[in-house]
Write a protein that binds this ligand. Structure first.
Ligand SMILES: Nc1ncnc2c1ncn2[C@@H]1O[C@H](COP(=O)(O)OP(=O)(O)OP(=O)(O)O)[C@@H](O)[C@H]1O
Length: 259
């Protein structure tokens, strides 16, 4: 089911941060949101997750407005990975990942076999099985990022929204994370990720939304949206396009656009 938004305007404090933006994101695809610092990427993802209210417009999951979906049902449908996830308690990693199952559990019920299986599968998928007994306080930033992805995956959401999920990861774990997100998309999950790296976006995303100053510059396939002109408009950057070993075109930033 599609995740869509139209004419979406959002203000934070006195400032309007998103100005009537709209797009239709499709499940089974990886959609990357890119744009300069402060262009509204995190704000858009929070609005898509139903965490902040809009001044105008709506976010819809299928044909239902996100704000009208009961919280438990919304939590089952949409998994959100914030930019700087904070772990409030020093839980063991396995227990932390198990929190991702809460939207599926009846109040006061213990974990079911399905819950336990989902937790183990999420630990395995994120390469964090060896961390399962550790306290969450004893993790590096990159380990924590993978464990928190495992928590979201354990909830098996139909949509996964991740705000800069690669930020604290080394190159190998960045590739693993992107591979993991692509696998989820191949299984039918809708994946939306905020990225900064144009090359990672070209490799990992099917679709790209470019934002600048709270407005959509371009929304289309990665090949369309990561072309010379859209990147000039969004970032004021010139790129050199090179082909990778699979023939994918990768935009390498080489300088500021003049004039
Ligand atoms: N609580 C707030 N009150 C007022 N303005 C805010 C608040 N939070 C963010 N902003 C402003 O809203 C704008 C968009 O912020 P947002 O975090 O969505 O941008 P972003 O594209 O994700 O940026 P970055 O790439 O730096 O993470 C920025 O100009 C920011 O300063």
């Amino acid at each position: 089911m599609e995740l869509s938004f139209e004419n979406l305007s959002v203000s934070l404090g006195e400032r309007t941060v998103l100005h009537g933006v709209g797009a239709v994101f499709r499940p089974g695809r990886v959609t990357a949101i890119l744009g300069p610092n402060g262009s509204g990427k995190s704000t858009l993802v929070k609005a898509l997750a139903g965490l902040i209210d809009a001044d105008t417009g709506h976010v819809r999951l299928g044909n239902r407005q996100i704000g009208r979906i009961p919280p438990r049902e919304r939590a089952q449908a949409i998994g959100y990975l914030p930019q700087d996830p904070v772990v409030h308690w020093n839980l063991a990693v396995r227990d932390l990942v198990a929190l991702g199952r809460l939207p599926h559990r009846s109040p006061f019920a213990g974990a079911s076999d399905d819950d336990r299986a989902a937790v183990e599968a999420a630990l395995a998928a994120t390469g964090t099985v060896h961390l399962a007994e550790r306290g969450a306080d004893a993790l590096s930033g990159g380990e924590r990022a993978r464990v928190l992805l495992a928590r979201v995956i354990a909830g098996a959401p139909r949509w996964l929204l991740a705000d800069e999920p690669l930020a604290s990861l080394d190159p190998v774990h960045q590739l693993d994370m992107l591979e993991q997100l692509r696998t989820l998309a191949a299984q039918g999950t809708g994946v939306v990720i905020v990225l900064h790296d144009l090359i990672q976006a070209a490799r990992a995303a099917d679709d790209v939304l470019l934002l600048n100053q709270g407005r959509v510059v371009r929304f289309g396939t990665a090949a369309e949206a990561l072309g010379h002109q859209p990147l000039r408009e969004a970032f004021g950057v010139e790129v050199m396009v090179i082909a990778d070993e699979q023939g994918r075109l990768l935009p390498v930033p080489i300088g500021r656009t003049k004039g």
